[in-house]
Design a protein around this ligand. Structure first.
Ligand code: NAG
Length: 241
């Protein structure tokens, strides 16, 4: 057989095998009772979620990126995401929402258009969105997309939708959650919130107009930290960013 065919067959076999694995239920290694058998998988406990969390779901995960143009093109061309919209909160601060389109759109296009995906998001039907967050540093001393390194340039936040943000806030507070900012308050942009949203430390001094607009864009959301300091953004549908 021609070498190319051998490679293709091997690739196809690998793909089919991995697909089969993806569809199969996880193989549970129940012999791990002594904790010494690896790999092992234990099923999670079937504990019903607290009734007061009914309607909570993850709408998006957000990443800070250094160069929005470059990242949008990469997620679109390399990973097949579609751009829903770009939200420009201030002259230097933009976020882009992306999603994978369902195979068939509702309008005969063969894919979901930006408008269709955006509508689904606004109606609470879209999940698994990706938000790219960018503060344009091209006029800073740090220089273009070289500016900013470390945590503030990577993971930003998980965006949660809840039926009623004030109710969720009361509940989280009563549980002793680390509330960074309540819904309706303006956020402190220096510190953990600014870090999570990819803002340079000196943005408030250098560009107060940006700081004010970004603060306002975040006014209606509730910001909570998880036990590791990861930021969770909580909002109701049609409220906040
Ligand atoms: C951002 O990325 C685009 C596309 O790769 C590139 O043309 C542009 O020069 C980059 N901008 C900066 C400030 O580096």
């Amino acid at each position: 057989m021609h070498l190319r065919n051998v490679l293709l067959t091997a690739l196809l076999t690998a793909l089919l095998t991995s697909t089969a694995h993806a569809c199969a239920p996880p193989r549970l290694h129940t012999r791990a009772a002594d904790g010494q058998d690896f790999p092992s998988t234990q099923p999670g406990p079937d504990i019903p979620p607290p009734p007061s969390t009914a309607g909570y779901f993850v709408n998006h995960a957000a990443l800070n990126v250094r160069n929005l143009t470059r990242s949008v093109a990469w997620y679109r061309d390399v990973l097949g995401f579609q751009v829903l919209f770009t939200f420009r909160a201030s002259p230097r601060y933009s976020v882009v929402y992306l999603a994978h389109s369902a195979p068939n759109g509702e309008n005969g296009a063969g894919y979901q258009t930006a408008a269709e995906l955006t509508e689904a998001m606004m109606d609470g039907r879209a999940r698994g969105l990706l938000e790219l967050v960018s503060y344009d540093r091209s006029d800073s001393d740090e220089g273009g997309d070289q500016g900013g390194v470390g945590r503030s340039m990577r993971f930003s936040h998980v965006g949660l939708i809840v039926p009623d943000v004030l109710q969720a806030q009361g509940r989280l507070e009563s549980l002793g959650a680390d509330v960074l900012k309540r819904a309706g308050e303006l956020p402190e942009l220096q510190g953990p919130a600014g870090e999570a949203f990819g803002l340079p430390g000196d943005v408030v001094e250098r560009h107060p107009e940006d700081a004010e607009l970004i603060s306002r864009a975040l006014r209606d959301v509730l910001l909570v930290l998880d036990p590791d300091g990861n930021l969770i953004e909580v909002q109701s549908l049609r409220g906040g960013v």
